[in-house]
Design a protein around this ligand. Structure first.
Ligand code: PEP
Ligand code: MN
Length: 339
């Protein structure tokens, strides 16, 4: 349930209403937008007669929110969320390009790629230190050593870091060294991990689960938001369908759905979404056109020899060609490419 307040509602009357709501055992999510204040009620409101609140002088409207996600709901917060990470904005009129190798393989590799990305105009550096691989015999990532190398790459280039966390054991290190913590598709419903991240104020990049519905994905965002962390960025990375020409089916329509349902920024991963390097550029352009707030692209110095996801990785040279094209698309869509 949400209460839309009349413009200029006196503070004292608002506090009185808030006390009433909290006295009923409900929590409040307040959103102050241009000209309107919305009080979102969190808790079981199913048996509450909306008249209780509509009888207040300062209440303009009482609306029921039928979706199970509340804090992530656009009804709770009509304005787009904009998240500032190291001076780069994500959401609304801004577009970010996060790029880098699937896995951090060595100091030389990550620093070398980071330098080329920086030159081309990237916004963030991605690199996996902990890799969720289907086979236990595949490369599992360098772990903390990988984080050390990412830190060096950041020192060298100034690019903020995005990296995936798989366990709460290393959360302190991630909070210290990583600028955006990625939750991978396989952990989208690791609720213990989501709650822990919710108790921090670190930006979280929440990837859509392998077969997750849009509602399940938003409910996972709700886990983080409900613990108090409002810095959630959603990432569409393709879902499993009957089709196997591509690695996944990149569900670009979810960008439109999420934009309508939620105020949270949403970015697109054309690399995992297709599994094919030559689809990365057109899918990235489509993402800009659909109103996505960014893309995350895998770039490798030598894709044939990459320790993971080489077949979907583009070279730095190709990347340097894609970026100016994306910048043009951003101009058409009135978005600023953050770098
Ligand atoms: C990745 O970003 O390298 C990754 C493993 O992504 P996803 O969780 O989307 O499969
Ligand atoms: Mn990958």
């Amino acid at each position: 349930m949400i209460l839309v307040l009349k413009p200029g509602a006196p503070e004292q009357q608002k506090q009185e209403l808030i006390r009433h709501i909290e006295g009923m055992g409900l929590r409040i999510h307040e959103s102050v937008g241009e000209g309107t204040t919305i009080l979102g009620l969190v808790g079981d409101t199913s048996r509450i007669d909306s008249y209780i609140f509509s009888s207040y002088e300062i209440v303009k409207n009482v609306l029921r929110v039928s979706e199970p996600f509340k804090r992530a709901n656009r009804m709770f917060k009509p304005d787009d969320t904009v998240i500032d990470v190291c001076g780069r904005k994500i959401g609304q009129g801004y577009f970010v390009v996060i790029s880098g190798p699937c896995s951090v393989e060595s100091e030389e590799q990550i620093v070398g790629i980071a330098r080329e990305l920086k030159k081309a105009g990237a916004s963030f550096l991605r690199g996996g230190a902990y890799k969720p691989r289907t086979s236990p015999y595949s490369f599992q990532g360098l772990g903390l050593e990988g984080l050390d190398y990412l830190k060096i790459a950041k020192q060298e280039t100034g690019l903020p870091i995005v990296s995936e966390i798989m366990s709460t054991d290393v959360l302190d290190r991630f909070i210290e060294d990583v600028d955006i913590i990625q939750v991978g598709a396989r952990n989208m419903q690791n609720f213990v991990l989501l709650k822990e991240l919710g108790r921090t104020n670190k930006p979280v990049l929440l990837k859509r689960g392998l077969s997750a519905t849009i509602e399940e994905w938003l409910m996972s965002a709700e886990y983080i938001l409900s613990e108090g962390n409002e810095n959630v960025i959603l990432c569409e990375r393709g879902i499993r369908t009957f089709e196997n020409y591509t690695r996944n089916t990149l569900d670009l329509s979810s960008v439109l759905a999420v934009k309508r349902l939620s105020h949270l920024p949403v970015i697109v991963d054309p690399s995992h979404g297709t599994g094919r390097y030559w689809m990365v550029e057109p899918m990235s352009k489509a993402a800009v056109t659909l109103g996505a707030d960014g893309v995350i692209i895998e770039v490798h110095n030598n894709p044939k020899f990459a320790l993971s996801d080489g077949e979907q990785s583009i070279t730095p040279k190709k990347y340097a060609h894609i970026l100016p094209a994306l910048r043009k698309y951003c101009e058409i869509e009135n978005k600023k490419l953050e770098a």
